[in-house]
Design a protein around this ligand. Structure first.
Ligand code: HEM
Length: 410
């Protein structure tokens, strides 16, 4: 029977939900229900939701019809260009910046950061082992990815914790949605200490010329295009904050992987028996428990998506978590499996021009954390504490455990 397409503007009563209601947007049963019924539905006025792979990918890949501009901001808030994260920037500026960042975010770049990452993971695991207990989220999953990104940027290790603490404060302030806080407008007024620390590093790279270290900061500060254009130094500062705070999604992936290691004895035994399965485990975790559950786009022109009319100015909620369990694309989509042939194209990192720049770095971090955990702890030595209860982080989009309280029994 052909699927009924909802007329433009009409909310689907059977598939209605509040986009901010995480009891819906993070509920795999509910998402499966939507996916079975509609490729695209209208859950609330002015919003359409893509539940399947094809339409989610189509939205990601078509910035002409679906714009990223302003989607992390509250309605009506417009921030200056130099205050925008990369995900909020459209062409022609977006590809120009992306070309400068890209060489530092290749697989080879991730491989180069691996020894540093391994040493950092080992240090954190050994510290946990000597304490005998702790929360793996706070001691490893949260600080590690930001620290790896700070390392790639070229921020000295002694400043990583402080810079990440400021970024965390920024992310939990009103700045992401409004561009301001009670301290003023923009990053420089809202977070003067963070801005000063980053501006000092930017000035250093500028002053050092060819003597500057070959890091991402240098590339952002010194690269000039043929027509003399360069990234506005204030935008370099915002992009540093973007890269550092973007790393938090990797924290949720680490939480998901570590929880599986601690909770699923068969999984732990499989990767211990055959560590070459670890990259597949990382990939499958990204698909099956996508750390970013959905993202938004604004419709630029009246169009249609999966047969559903959508109007200029409406929002598309790209259902990443649902699309990644689309049974027409992934066999046994509702099962976590280690036997999927790599590479398989999940949408956890998005797709198209805004594909996550941190994807190779994230895969490397996931692999190293599992490898070092296996190396440091004998089977059964690292355990969830008695009575541990899994609870999801309270963020609207993000999926992963809030805490992972463990004990080390040697
Ligand atoms: C599990 C880990 C991660 C997930 C699931 C994730 C997810 C995503 C997704 C879905 C996008 C696409 C945004 C869009 O289309 O609007 C994105 C973009 C981005 N991510 Fe990640 N990310 C992760 C890790 C990282 C890391 C470690 C970094 C920093 C190195 C990072 C930095 C960025 C940046 C700067 C963008 C914007 C790219 C652009 O607009 O061109 N992400 N990420």
């Amino acid at each position: 029977m052909p699927e009924r397409k909802p007329p433009a503007g009409e909310v689907d009563p059977e598939f209605a939900f509040d986009p901010l209601d995480t009891s819906r947007t993070k509920d795999s049963e509910w998402l499966a229900h939507v996916r079975r019924g509609r490729a695209v539905c209208r859950p609330s006025p002015g919003v359409v939701y893509t539940s399947r792979y094809a339409e989610t990918q189509e939205t990601f890949r078509d910035p002409r019809r679906f714009s990223s501009l302003g989607d992390m901001r509250a309605p009506g808030v417009v921030v200056p260009e130099h205050e925008r994260f990369l995900g909020e920037v459209d062409a022609p500026l977006h590809p120009r910046i992306r070309r400068i960042l890209q060489p530092h975010f290749t697989r080879r770049g991730a491989d180069a950061a691996e020894p540093w990452t391994r040493a950092s993971v080992l240090r954190r695991l050994q510290a946990l082992a000597s304490r005998g207990s702790g929360d793996l989220i706070q001691s490893l999953a949260i600080p590690l990815p930001g620290s790896v990104s700070a390392h790639v940027l070229g921020i000295p290790e002694s400043a990583h914790d402080q810079v990440m603490a400021w970024c965390d404060e920024l992310l939990h302030s009103s700045w992401p949605t409004t561009g301001r806080t009670e301290r003023g407008d923009g990053i420089a007024e809202c977070f003067p200490e963070l801005a000063a620390a980053l501006d000092a590093l930017i000035a250093e790279r500028e002053a050092a010329g060819p003597e500057a270290p070959d890091d991402l900061l240098r590339a952002m500060v010194q690269t000039r295009t043929e027509d003399g254009w360069r990234i506005d130094p204030r935008h370099v500062r915002t992009l540093c904050v973007n890269i550092l705070s973007g790393s938090l999604s990797a924290s949720y992936m680490l939480g998901n992987l570590l929880y599986r290691y601690l909770d699923d004895a068969e999984f732990a035994a499989s990767i211990r028996r055959d560590p070459s399965l670890i990259p597949a485990a990382v990939e499958e975790s990204l698909r099956f428990e996508s750390p970013v559950t959905f993202l938004l786009r604004t419709v630029r022109q009246d169009t249609q998506l999966g047969g559903c009319p959508v109007r200029h100015g409406e929002h598309v909620m790209m259902g990443i978590a649902s699309a990644n369990r689309d049974e027409s694309v992934f066999e046994h989509a509702g099962e976590f499996r280690l036997d999927r042939e790599l590479p398989f194209e999940h949408l956890a990192f998005g797709s198209g021009p805004h594909l996550c720049v941190g994807n190779h770095l994230t895969r490397m971090v996931g692999k190293v954390v599992l490898e070092e955990t296996l190396e440091e702890f004998e089977p059964g030595e690292l355990r969830l504490v008695e009575g541990y209860r899994w609870e999801c982080v309270a963020h609207v989009h993000e999926y992963g455990p809030e805490t992972l309280d463990v004990q080390v029994r040697r």
